[in-house]
Ligand binder design. Sequence first.
Ligand code: BGC
Length: 257
Amino acid sequence: MAKGSGSPGFGVDIGGSGIKGAVVDLERGALAGERVRIPTPQPATPDAVCEVVAQVLDQAGAPDGPFGLTLPAVVVHGMVRTAANIDDAWIGTDVVALVEQRTGRRPVVVNDADAAGVAEARYGAAREVAGTVLVLTLGTGIGSALLYDGRLVPNAELGHLEIDGALAEHRASDAAREREDLSWSDWAARVQRYLQHVDRLLWPDLIVLGGGVSKKSDKWLHLLDVRPPVRPAGLRNDAGMVGAALLAASPPGGTAA
Ligand code: BGC
């Protein structure tokens, strides 16, 4: 993990609907400049997305130095390996090389939920929590970050667990709630079933729930009845940008390019 540093970092978070970037204060774990958001191009091919990443860096005034970039995909040593909710053309892309070619700057590229997880562990709801912490992002899919004593085990894909014959993220993501027009209690019942399953596999000391829907946690968090403590994410939707910037400033072995 990065030591607090006076120098600003920069994080870019690539999502299904928007590509966001901002200067990040790595002491506080908060945005330190204007948050630039540009709609994700459709189709979201690697080339089209890299163009937008270049615009975000420019418009947000990214400082020189390393910057972090998230993708909603498994990323191993800078190579994209899966594409559950992004264009299939990403699979096999050397995203570090592509972004460097487009922007002249070499990013550290990480899975979006992993970035959110390290941000929560360092600055947010999982700060100073020892043992096993699971950070889950409930959005278009379900992203997961597995941490032990604050250290990340990269590319855990727990949204892809199969429960009752369906992928967890197809039933319990926020997108599933919207798609099926579920009430908060019906959706919470699905999230609870999912959390109970994950709990039996990993026995976490804490589960942190993030993603855009964490902003509305007063509507549904109290409906969950599960063994481990559950907290809403502290950094909400900024966690991806903050975590990416943090990892770029001090990449642990394994997740960095
Ligand atoms: C992907 C994960 C990603 C999550 C959240 C899942 O479909 O497989 O890599 O973290 O969505 O975006």
